[in-house]
Design a protein. Sequence first.
Length: 293
Amino acid sequence: MKIDVKHITMIYPSGKKALQDVSVSAESPSFIGILGPNGARKTTLMKLLIAGLLPTRGEILLNDKPLLTQEICLKSQLGYLPQSFGLYEELTVWQFLDYMAALKNIKDARAAIHEVLERTNMTAHRKARIRSLSGGQRQRVGIAQALLGSPRLIILDEPTVGLDPEERVKFRNIFSEMAQDKIILLSTHIVEDVQAVCSRVLVIHDGRVLFDGTPASLIAQADHHVGTYLAKLGDAAPDGCQIVSKVHAADGIRCRIVAKQLPDFVRPTDPTLEDAYLYCIHHSPARKESEAL
């Protein structure tokens, strides 16, 4: 499978731009993490990819053909978990997945449901009504329906929200295993999830792609731009610096920052992917070019 997003611009009826000249390509197998702050328009991009929205300008190709002419083909190969997924409260887990299997026209629905229940550790809850489930269990049901039928394109919008750390690790491993012959797009605020499983990262801000490459390449951009220093309670962040973390210690507050230019009193340290993401959002050349347009 191959997807090409070519110079997509999305403008709402109000005149507000959601996406601006976005171009991205993906070919299976691919596992792509999408990072960006709230309001970056990650969800808008995902809705365009499932033909839930139409772009104002540009085009999306599925296997070199316009997406709108391939919509039936797309739906038959798509697994999608939106950020806000409406579950049918009165249905049992099994009934809900059976309904979703019918919508996807899955022939051997029983076997497919058994498989995703096992994968998501929900077999014991298959007869429970969805209204009785915890938040984490509901999220697992949402993930289960996205995996039904072993789709070739899986789009996941914040899939591990509400899951405990052990569950997050389990699902990261499941997604990673499935990516061997699929395209998986993972939008998340949890940078650790992207670092653990994704071979490629997109950083989106204000509807523009600021970075598209490997996690290692993103980290390399932040080299010499991350440091630590000891501060006192009430001290403000140095000008032009973003604080990544503060740790209270016996000798003061140990601050970790990213900056275009580190102050002389700051000790440089090796960047993490989280550091690199924040550096990209605040200081990358692509961000400056975007602001100039």
